[in-house]
Design a protein around this ligand. Sequence first.
Ligand code: ACM
Length: 269
Amino acid sequence: MRIGFYQLKPLHGEKEKNLEIIKEVIRKSRAEILVFPELATSGYLVPDREFLEKNSFSVPDSREFEDLLKVVRSTGTVSVIGFPEKFNERFYNSALYILPDGSFGVYRKVHLFYKEKLYFEGGDSVESGIFEYGGFKFGVMICFDWFFPEQVRYLVLKGVNMILHCANLVLPWSQRAMRIYSVINRVFTLTSNRIGEERYKDDVYVFTGKSQIVSPSGKILARANSKSEVLRVKDLDLSESYNKNINEFNNIFEDLKRFYPYKELKDWK
Ligand code: ACM
């Protein structure tokens, strides 16, 4: 399956222009699944509530959603896009996924980072990030969620073959952590990160780029640099993620069954 990321530098506070760029990239990508960074339609820093009023949109009742849906239907590219979501007069740091048959979902970032807590509500459903496509299961996470290995493990125990991680990373370890998560869970991971810098008052954010796709054995299948906007799409055989054996004696899920918190394992075949 052809799966990729678009590493970009969103134009801060320019929702319409960012959406045009995103739609154009979807049109030319020839990907079956394409993942964009966190808050790709708005930029990262939220100076005030007015910024969110201007740069957010609702799903599914908005022109922004309708336009994205049209592009997904016409290209056949499942698109996963980080955006500020307005829902019931509250704002969420969310990722929207739209499938070519018109089905869609929204994952609301569960683990908010730093001053995101001033403006966004936290999500409460890791499961809402799970969707199925082409016979495989995908699990969406957003940026700082990576700090919580429980979230990755939970998605994997739910049968996810590939983690799709929309990010605006500022801490230096995430790309390494995601690679380790691939290895210790035998799943594919994709991190779609942004580049560039944003400043507000005393805060300076330098985003680390280096978007990547990692195989269940930890092989880096695609890796961007930290400076350029870039589209990368790889042809992946996701069935590799069904093999949870490390060697003839160790199967991750068989061994985990000895550890009682993982109740989900009762259902694992
Ligand atoms: C982050 O969660 N955007 C660092």
